[in-house]
Design a protein around this ligand. Structure first.
Ligand code: ACM
Length: 533
């Protein structure tokens, strides 16, 4: 086929498919057929997480072969990079070269076309159309981010061994289908606490890569707390050098240079993920108070802290020196943060009277704005008089969330009893904590952000975020065990329409993901395989 013929064929098939969907969309339902002992599972359904908005099998098979190529159009650097990302993800296990080709002039079949040309704007920034026919895979999106999200779906449609780091036998077949997909929420976040225990740049990047596989688009990094300050601030170097020298239990500390941080930001950006840095304040600041005596109201530096208590100290909110300090910190952080947000913590300031706390939050909000950023804080900030555009992160207190909503402040939903990934699965879990209860996998899946607190609906919510606090987690393997599979539950909550969510169906798809994690060699909490019963 010539280039023109391929384009014409793609356009005709997209037109045909759109007409076909117009007829089908209203009538398609998840079948109630039984697969194994898990009910309500459609055996033809793609075993993809998050579940796509629309998925229709078309009864044939596409096979990737050693001569398959990845066509990209238009041939911008950005779309070529996305093509190279796909090539990298598919070529180790298949052993195929999968060249990325910018000029469509080849007549061979079994190719993949990534295109933003003639795409429907209704797909939005992250939506995509994936049309898998016998001869060609067409992934079309309105924006490059949509291509990136669609690639994650495509990866999950191949046999699980596609994720192997070494060559596997294949065959690399996919059942032909049409998927049309876009996210429910624009904010689908994951937070990693690198303050209680420190994680290297490569650990963080590995975690980001796993998050991207589930279409998570926000990486919130909790960079400072009582036990450690993890980012070099050039104008206050002791924060990182001294304040970053410890971890909880006296474990090894560490910090990121600004170059390290920029590397993490770039790694996330290449995965269409925004990094949100958090400096927790005015409490959770022992590491800073130990590094500089002048930040303390009594002028005396505190000792470094390696315990696991919270809320026992505060920056000196009456002192101008505190705001000079925060101006420097936020200025430097904003300069290395291309994303629009700075998170200022604000949680558990137990030693401060409320009027002083509110005064502090309102002053800090002005500093964040001075450096061109939007402020985010944990729900406690909702008590202050906030400016529209500031975002409050709900974690435990319904009244504060309702106060935010009353003031027109949008919420990120991180309810601790559902989504705090450091909570134990059950009483036998060795790692983690239990102050918000045990969170088994079904509990972490079976909730809806817009139905959790009466009076808070989707119009108040920008999305969901799953935090991992690391008081008890010392290694990335520990983090993986607590995050997987529950991070995947929150990914589906953030992406898939509420009406399509179904625990039994999810559980079935999760079992296939577990096989993928075995291939990827990541640590995870295994749910029992009911398919074997
Ligand atoms: C929090 O868990 N202290 C936000």
């Amino acid at each position: 086929m010539t280039s023109k013929k391929i384009r014409a064929a793609v356009r005709v098939s997209i037109l045909f498919i759109t007409a076909f969907l117009f007829v089908q969309c209203g009538t398609s339902k998840i079948s109630s057929s039984i697969s194994g002992v898990i009910q309500n599972v459609n055996p033809d359904e793609a075993k993809v997480i998050p579940l796509p908005v629309y998925d229709k099998p078309t009864g044939n098979t596409f096979t990737l072969t050693s001569t398959s190529k990845i066509y990209v159009e238009p041939a911008t650097d950005e779309i070529i990079n996305i093509g190279n990302y796909l090539k990298e993800k598919l070529s180790a296990s298949t052993g195929y070269p999968l060249s990325v080709v910018t000029a469509i002039k080849d007549s061979s079949l079994e190719n993949i076309l990534l295109t933003t040309e003639n795409a429907d704007s209704s797909l939005g920034d992250e939506g995509y159309k994936l049309i898998i026919s016998k001869d060609l895979i067409t992934l079309q999106a309105y924006k490059p981010a949509g291509l990136f999200r669609g690639i994650q779906t495509l990866r999950q449609l191949f046999p699980v061994s596609i994720e192997s780091a070494s060559k596997m036998p294949g065959p690399w077949e996919i059942a032909t289908r049409i998927i049309i997909d876009h996210p429910r929420y624009k904010w689908r976040g994951a937070m990693l606490d690198v303050a209680r225990h420190f994680f290297s740049v490569s650990d963080v990047e590995k975690y980001i890569d796993l998050l991207a596989y589930y279409k998570i688009n926000i990486f919130h990094i909790h960079l400072s707390d009582d036990q450690g300050w993890r980012i070099m601030i050039n104008s206050w170097p002791n924060l990182a050098k001294y304040g970053g020298s410890t971890s909880i239990d006296g474990d090894a500390g560490g910090y990121y240079t600004q170059k390290d941080f920029s590397d993490i930001v770039a790694y996330a950006k290449a995965r269409y993920m925004t990094v949100v840095p958090e400096i927790d304040m005015p409490s959770h600041t022992n590491a800073a108070l130990a590094s500089y005596a002048e930040l303390n109201c009594d002028g005396k530096a505190r000792s470094l802290y390696t315990g696991d208590d919270v809320g026992f100290c505060s920056l000196c909110v009456d002192s101008p020196e505190t705001y000079n300090f925060l101006d420097d910190v936020i200025k430097e952080l904003a300069a290395i943060t291309p994303g629009p947000y700075i998170h200022v913590g604000g949680d558990e300031a137990k030693t401060l009277p409320i009027p002083k706390y509110d005064y502090f939050v309102e002053k800090v909000e002005k500093i964040v704005h001075k450096y061109g950023k939007q402020m985010i804080g944990w729900e406690e900030i909702s008590n202050a008089d906030l400016t529209p555009g500031t975002i409050s992160q709900f974690w435990v207190n319904d009244s504060l969330a309702l106060k935010a909503v009353k003031d027109g402040i949008k919420l990120i939903m991180s309810p601790a009893p559902k989504i705090y990934l450091d909570m134990k699965y059950d009483a036998s879990t060795k790692l983690g904590q239990d102050w918000a209860g045990y969170i088994n996998v079904k509990t972490s899946y079976d909730w809806d952000p817009a139905e959790l607190v009466k009076g808070i609906t989707d119009k108040n919510i920008i999305g969901v975020e799953a935090p991992v606090w690391t008081e008890t987690l010392k290694t990335l393997s520990d983090v993986e065990y607590m995050a997987f599979p529950r991070i995947v539950c929150s990914a589906e909550i953030g992406w898939t329409p509420a009406a399509k969510k179904n625990w039994n169906d999810f559980e079935y798809r999760l079992l296939v993901q577990q096989e993928r994690w075995d291939v990827m060699k990541i640590n995870y909490y295994k749910i029992p395989d009911k398919r074997l019963n």
